[in-house]
Design a binder for this molecule. Structure first.
Ligand code: AMP
Ligand code: FE
Ligand code: FE
Ligand code: ZN
Length: 303
């Protein structure tokens, strides 16, 4: 009797559990340390979080330890910048093996590209008579995966811009004078890179791309999911992507894309992904693992 009564209660607890699967730390362009981020997640009573720093998994070890101390479920992940037919898109890799040699080699290449791009952006700023030094940007970034937000912060700290928005609007946005294009891996290669590192590949914030026509091709290339819930998606566009993900038979994810105090207020927890979607991600990973360990004959559908 006792056990029977606890079943609906357990179901309602799961229904009230939420995750935020898109978060950045100061290992890329966020401002929180992994420990600060885990503490915020715990205060917000999130059930699970994923760390999705750009082109790095370096923060995952500390984040995993901090989440374990707070009894918070942690999913190691990353966010890769990729392109398809000239369109930039971001691919999230969930549950990647953070020790995977090929992933680490490729990421260190992406990080070198980022560092060289900072030098090029600073050279352009210097041509505009803004005497910023690359070392000032690297000191602010203090990580291997620096990006434009660090240049923006350096511009504000140096008194060259009054705020981060102005730095982007006047200088760093695409086609502004200090903008430098970034090398991007092809989306198909990025999906393969995530898969060989045992991860699930998910298209981040498709609402920012407004290029839904590329999604079915990505699914054919192995894309596992779509980030339907995101800070910059309206409720209507979230519903649209949930419908599209269901039609295409792929996973549904979501997260706030919190960069700490970089973009005004911290966004962590403002996008609440129902925990059932985390369970679906975990089930997909379990299926992938059991398929990988099954003998080839068990995978054959016909004799
Ligand atoms: P990068 O990877 O170096 O090209 O930098 C991209 C980062 O800059 C992403 O985290 C963006 O969210 C951020 N970003 C782009 N535009 C702006 C903006 N106008 N204000 C603040 N951050 C921005
Ligand atoms: Fe970012
Ligand atoms: Fe992104
Ligand atoms: Zn992001």
């Amino acid at each position: 009797m006792q056990a029977l009564r606890s079943i609906p209660r357990l179901a309602s607890v799961v229904e009230m559990m939420f995750a935020d699967l898109h978060l950045h730390t100061n290992f890329s362009d966020g401002t929180y340390t992994p420990e600060e981020l885990a503490r915020r997640a715990s205060e917000l009573r999130l059930a699970a979080v994923a760390l999705t720093d750009h082109d790095t998994v370096e923060g995952c070890e500390r984040m995993a330890a901090a989440c374990a101390r707070a009894s918070l479920e942690f999913i190691p992940a990353t966010e890769l910048t990729a392109e398809v037919d000239g369109t930039e898109l971001h691919l999230l890799g969930y549950f990647v093996d953070t020790q995977n040699p090929r992933l680490l080699t490729e990421m260190s290449r992406f990080q070198r590209v980022r560092q060289n791009r900072i030098r090029e952006m600073v050279a352009r700023l210097n041509q505009l008579n803004i005497p910023l030094q690359a070392d000032a940007v690297f000191a602010i970034a203090n990580c291997r995966s620096p990006g434009r937000p660090h240049v923006a912060r350096a511009l504000v700290m140096g008194g060259f811009c009054s705020n981060l928005d102005e730095a982007f609007e006047r200088l760093l946005k695409k086609n502004r004078p200090a903008w430098v294009p970034k090398f991007k891996i092809s989306a198909v290669d990025a999906i393969e890179l995530i898969h060989q590192a045992d991860g699930l590949a998910v298209m981040a914030h498709p609402g920012l791309n407004r290029a839904d026509e590329i999604i079915p091709g990505l699914v054919r290339a192995g894309l596992d999911g779509v980030e339907c819930f995101h800070t910059k998606h309206t409720p209507t566009s979230s519903e649209h992507y949930v419908r599209l993900a269901k039609e295409l038979g792929v996973l549904i994810t979501g997260g706030s894309d919190c960069h700490g105090l970089n973009k005004g207020k911290p966004l962590i927890g403002t996008v609440k992904l129902p925990y059932e979607y985390v369970e679906q991600l975990k089930a997909a990973i379990a299926r992938r693992k059991s398929n990988a360990s099954a003998p080839p004959s068990a995978l054959r559908t016909s004799p």
